[in-house]
Design a binder for this molecule. Sequence first.
Ligand code: ADP
Ligand code: MG
Length: 697
Amino acid sequence: MFTPMRPESLFPLFAPIDTLRGVGERLAPLIRRHAGPRIRDLLCLKPSDLIVRRVRHIADLAEGEHVILAIEIRQHSPPRSPRQPWRIHVTDATGGLDLLFFKGHGPHLSGRNPVGAPRVVSGKVERGQGLGEWRIAHPDHLLPPERMAEIPQVEPVYPATAGLTSRTLAKLVRQALLSAPELAEWQDGAWLARQGWPGWRAALESLHNPATPADLDPQAPARRRLAYDELLAHQLALAERRRMQKRAAAPRIPDSAATTAVQHALPFTLTSAQARALADIRADFARGERMTRLLQGDVGSGKTAVALLAVADVAASGCQAALMAPTEILARQHAEALEGPLAAQGLRAALFTGRLRGAAREAQLSALASGEIKVAIGTQALIQDDVAFANLALAIIDEQHRFGVADRSRLQAKGESVHLLAMSATPIPRTLELTLFGDLDVSRLDEKPPGRHPVATRAVPMARLAEIEARLAAAIDRGEQAFWICPLVSDSELVDLAAAEARFEALKRRLGERVGLVHGRLGAAQKDEVMSRFVSGEIAVLVATTVVEVGVNVPAATIMIIEQAERFGLAQLHQLRGRVGRGSRASSCLLLHDPPLTATAKNRLDILRRTEDGFEIAERDLDLRGGGDPLGLAQSGFPDYRLADPLAHRDLIPTAADDARLMLARDPDLRSPRGQAVQVLKSLFDWRAGGPLDAAG
Ligand code: ADP
Ligand code: MG
């Protein structure tokens, strides 16, 4: 990508932190790790709290208050053992107080603060036990009265780290602010005025000089302004990446008669969401630009059929397609779904997994290399070095979040210019979609195939286990099948496994041999064996750790029992529940839990009971968690924003995305006056210029 040179106006912000006064060999590495190597990085630290110091008399003190007191030194009490503090007793006209100085402080305290000297002291007061009724441990300031002005009445608190206190950071930030230049406004003037936001520099000033707790709120105008800057910079980067990807030429794939035939042979008609997704893909295929598309659809929304039809177009055009799934079970199910319909059109598909070995593998590899096999379906076995295609034109990644970026590109690298379709069963809200996948085009399957019964969902206390087992026994006598999920709760896989095994043994005693166990420790072949016995109905109750989470399809399963449901995230519970309700029979989901539930857990279970719409559940999940790493996104390449909070500021994300796309559409090279200012914005938020990770690495 073309990276313009950093504008000169930003040089002061990109100066190394050791150009600040007071930053030497001790502090520099600490700051680099904590904030980053540059002045800019320091300025992106957000105060997390605020100290408001009140001028008081000792008689008016209240526990925990931050105060400024005018006092007189009365008495020094050196420590009697190294673990005791140096104690200075002080008084004002209204009472007495002790100042405590722990290790490292000694006789110099009495030298500098002789008995009888007037002083101003600041710090947090606590109830005392010594001479004074009150005490301050480690005063923030202890100064002669004429230097009182050095004690700030309001001080921002920065997240500190070992060796780097909030006060040191505050001082350095104040110094850094002096070097922050005025920059030409990059935001749209009308938008800025409507929001009532300050300019960039003023916003930065106000970020670091909060006057009241309201200024710490993510919704404070200055914070929103800075968040929007960062979100806009990110959306611009994504929009540009998207444009670059499209620029790569890729084979034009025409709609084919074979695909129409495949579609007609399906035992169902496409939902309109499926038809829309297919139309999106075909429009991409027709354009001659490389497709980079995400197919987002809830569990059971029918992504496989869309993949099948896309693959059929590609294969019928004479090119090859690959479909990669994270597990052997899934790859096998895909192969079963695709092979028949494709073969009926004379298009050969084949399964590649780790189990394919020896002569059989050699034969398939050469049929793939010659182009005789049109569609390769498989696990990571597909990206091994010796797997070669004749003319791969489409790579489909199922359950894409289970793969790393490297895996995806390795599959794409097996052809010249390969269209990419990533499929995800984790419905995510649109705001997050824009953040995570802003560089992709997205099709959503927001509609379930018809004929599904809602899954009756109930929360049941663990105390009713015996009753549940009895009803389960009755259900399997009627020919129903059930999943019984044991959670991963401890850090030790072995402990979790033991819990699952114990449940398995207990259910076997109650229900006989028709109980199976599948968990992450089993080899692929063993897992497959158990799963296929479950699919065939030989096993009626499948006890599982969360391995079944991934899109396995067992239409006959009607009961989902989840132990310790309170331990799971909302999105995960939703995924698990999606394993049932796929056939035509009524299904149920029991969420077992140990009362009492926390308010959040109760809320989560309530939401699940109320709706089966994955997109809505994901949105509510965000609301409930309200922070941290809502959907385990850290691993999915979620940006590490410094100023924006993707949850608190999520209302700004779609606006930033629209703003970025519109701007690039009107002014692709960012040459207009606003465009030029925006280039400065992009450089300002260019973390490749070195963030904390660079420094740590
Ligand atoms: P997922 O999106 O989770 O991968 P699948 O592709 O496995 O979902 O589809 C789930 C089930 O729904 C399959 O049994 C499939 O045959 C069925 N199905 C898919 N599309 C339709 C449709 N339009 N009408 C009825 N059933 C459908
Ligand atoms: Mg699937």
